[in-house]
Design a protein. Sequence first.
Lengths: 329, 329
Amino acid sequence: MRIGELVTPALLVDADAFEHNLATMALALPGARLRPHVKAHKCTALAQRQAGKGHRSFTCATIREVEGMAAAGLGDDLLLANEVLDATRLGRLDARVTLAVDSLQTIEAAVKGGVKEVVIDVNVGLPRCGCPPDNAGQLAEMARSRGLTVRGVMGYEGHAVGLDDRALRQELVAASMELLVKAHTAVGGDIISAGATGSYDINTWANEIQAGSYALMDTAYAKLGLPFKQALSVLATVISASTDGYAVANCGLKALAMDHGKPDIADGSTVLIVSDEHITFVPETSAAIGDQVRVLPAHVDPTVAYHQQMHVVRGDEVLESWEVDLRGW
Amino acid sequence: MRIGELVTPALLVDADAFEHNLATMALALPGARLRPHVKAHKCTALAQRQAGKGHRSFTCATIREVEGMAAAGLGDDLLLANEVLDATRLGRLDARVTLAVDSLQTIEAAVKGGVKEVVIDVNVGLPRCGCPPDNAGQLAEMARSRGLTVRGVMGYEGHAVGLDDRALRQELVAASMELLVKAHTAVGGDIISAGATGSYDINTWANEIQAGSYALMDTAYAKLGLPFKQALSVLATVISASTDGYAVANCGLKALAMDHGKPDIADGSTVLIVSDEHITFVPETSAAIGDQVRVLPAHVDPTVAYHQQMHVVRGDEVLESWEVDLRGW
């Protein structure tokens, strides 16, 4: 099948860039040093390729992701790096599930839901989930008193990982991880889990890195000069061309996320506006009705979540199509 | 069922606000004066309610939407207000399908795909699809020479409909519609189709208005002081609360769109950051772990497209659940 036969807009994965990204990461963080985050791609077929590179432990952001990974036979060691107040669906799974907790309530939810293992989620600077570092030891004690196994700590330095300035990124990651390591001393356990694609080679404190974007990449992460290639694009068809110098392709707000700003177009065309089902752009060279363009989203995660499938391509050939089967909650 | 039993995040439709919106619009634009745009809700169950108010002609933005509406028995008069280069799926449908065309290529696509009726899509100021107004007559002639019935014109004044300043909005709508009416004189046919929720009571030139957002509404349109109520929200659960004064609920970038900016929270809480599965906010009064909050998206269309279902509620009671069955392309 050729990409010209796909219904557009369609999510494409460049096979060679994807393979490069997986190989590069597996070399830098082999085996369990990487705990790939499936939230970035929501696709068990893609996760199977990550497992094929030696990573058998995964990070999830939703209960649905954990369920789907378990059903796909990828349940060796699943960390739900998020808080939940009803863990009953997790407790039922035939998989090793570890749950993040940051409060008495989330510990009780784990117990009640039949989850056996937890990590203490520590706030290391991002105003989101996680307990104050000084409370981590006490929470671990509470969790153990309720019969849970505490495997260690996690802390996401999300305020640092997207910064363009590498020196500043390093500085903030170091400060965050100082807090996490201290909390780990109080908590115990084997796991110090943190990080992201933006800190994969900086964060030497954590013993496992929760990177997700590296596999597909986006234009926001591309600005950091990481050794990962843009593998993801949205294929669109030019459906209208103006005599005023702009063209319109059939890919819009329901095919890509805008929280990190406008997308780019692979050939260097200038994007003017994005509306529900359209992208208006000034072509770099020319754009005739019927031409296809590859649109590069600024943020991979919420872009993939709009699509039912991603198509693995090499040039114009569609090699295979993967279901985005971990959507929803 | 109570809303506390829903898996969060969950899309809610307030039954009373929704009913108010449908009744208000049906009074202002009865029957065929409104051609409701289904792109805003992507839900045939909701469209059935619009049909129940007397609107039997609908606007669609994608082939998938046209197919789904036809399959749901709502195919009396479906306008695909968008350009396509492969119309074969449309030509196969047991429904009355009218297709927008703005070029020789899109006319040929209609002919080849077996579509019988078209409207000439005219650019009235928004840099997107649509032919120059002066070319509309010639395109209509071409379409007729190829055996197509030309039902009239459409032109979307999208650059005007979202403006807060009503006087400016009126001015730009008038200028746009002057172009469309002139094009209609050259084209002929019964239809002058235009508009949106933001111009439903201003655009007196078009004989049918393609409003969609009015049924559910969003915070962007709320700023215009229209007589429609916010019926849509995303229900989220507070999963973490910081001693630093903020709380975190489980609703993020995969549950609402950010192209029109951050969402609001119904109780007036201040939203700080939105990430993939989280919203961090400073509570207006207090927010305890386990509390539920209703998040109000800035843009309805790409928010709904993230969800598989919407739940119609009155207070805390879930009255019914509707499939968002028109997603994809």
